[in-house]
Design a protein around this ligand. Structure first.
Ligand code: NAI
Length: 334
């Protein structure tokens, strides 16, 4: 079976996923594309041999669309996801699922009323080979119960429009989802420490930030977000258990020795770091749609990320430890 995909939002990641669906992934083709920028939709659709449509609702309702990919701006996600659920069509939604916890709960209510999972959220680190190997070690019990996780998320630099809350919503959100998944545990509180700020930043930005999370099971998680580190895109993660540790492998590259030094390149761009993970993510989504099942990060994971991010931003602004106040996970999402 070939899955016919309709895409809502043909910007940077939308166009990249369309290329992926057209040339990398097997078992899918893009049949319809929309964007509020109609010219952009036309160009991207033509490149994929698809039709450009005027609205998201037209894409969702199209007879030649079996499944929907939502890659528009975050505030527009909820409407498209709810529309796809109402049409009974599987939907892959790039993060965030929605920009408010209330809208995430509306999606959860709609999906639950539909009776089976239709939604997958685009937390792609769960598809990275290194993180998957880490999870296998943790799940095997080889390092005992995990007690602590140390995470680092560094970017070379960010533009002026990046503000302090984006360190949570756009950057640490990936660690938040990954740690919940790695530990199979829920984050119950958040705290943010604000070190001396780097001089390599725009005036309004608190950079770096150290985020401290506690899980329901009592594990402690620290996330260093430093988005103007200058030297490269650097993602690190180490879980410390009762009898050992497991560390995310660095991307491999040739080790060069010259001029009295040895070393390998540090990646500069997140797209290069997680390119393979995006391929696996979209392939597994297509496979699940074709098999009439759903897998991967769910609406519940999208809701949890929204609630934890909100608590973390409150912690940044107040300096306090903030309880996330997550609801209990319904059996539907067990
Ligand atoms: P972008 O700004 O390049 O593209 C967004 C596109 O959506 C634009 O072309 C815009 O015209 C269109 N759009 C906005 N509202 C729309 C609507 N109501 N209907 C149809 N089209 C609409 O942004 P980018 O970087 O592609 O990000 C898109 C989404 O993907 C964001 O939610 C972002 O957080 C997420 N993302 C996720 C990543 C990941 O690592 N999982 C990486 C990059 C982006």
């Amino acid at each position: 079976m070939t899955v016919n995909v309709g895409v809502i939002g043909a910007g940077m990641i939308g166009a990249d996923h369309i290329r992926r669906l057209s040339t990398v992934v097997t078992g899918a083709r893009v049949t319809a594309v929309t964007d509020i920028d109609a010219d952009r939709a036309a160009v991207v659709a033509a490149g994929a041999g698809a039709r450009a449509l005027d609205t998201g609702q037209e894409v969702i309702g199209a007879a030649d669309v079996d499944a929907v990919l939502v890659t528009s701006w975050g505030p527009a996600h909820a409407e498209s996801v709810l529309g796809a659920i109402a049409a009974g069509k599987p939907v892959f939604c790039e993060k965030p699922l929605a920009t408010t916890a209330e809208d995430c709960l509306r999606i959860i209510d709609a999906e639950t009323a539909h009776g089976r999972r239709l939604v997958q959220v685009g937390f792609m680190r769960r598809y990275d080979a290194g993180y998957r190997a880490m999870k296998e070690v943790i799940d095997s019990g080889e390092i005992g119960d995990p007690l602590m996780v140390h995470c680092v998320h560094r970017n070379p630099a960010v533009p002026e429009r990046y503000h302090s809350e984006m360190a949570t919503h756009d950057t640490a959100v990936h660690e938040i989802d990954t740690v919940r998944w790695l530990l199979d545990d829920e984050i119950v509180s958040a705290q943010v420490l604000t070190p001396r700020r780097t001089r390599h930043r725009f005036e309004h930005l608190q950079d770096p930030q150290i985020m401290l999370f506690e899980t329901a099971g009592g594990a402690r998680v620290d996330v260093e977000v430093f988005v103007n580190c200058q030297y490269g895109y650097d993602i690190q993660c180490e879980a410390v258990g009762e009898t050992g540790t497991v560390r995310l492998p660095d991307p491999s590259g040739p080790v060069v020795r010259t001029a009295g030094r040895q070393g390998s390149a540090v990646l500069q761009d997140w797209k290069d770091r997680f390119a393979a993970a995006y391929d696996v993510e979209i392939q597994e989504w297509v496979d699940a749609v074709a098999a009439d099942t759903a897998a991967g990060p769910s609406s519940w994971d999208g809701y949890a990320a929204a609630v934890i991010c909100d608590a973390n931003v409150e912690a940044l602004h107040t300096g306090r430890i903030v309880a996330t106040g997550l609801k209990d996970r319904p059996d539907f999402y067990a």
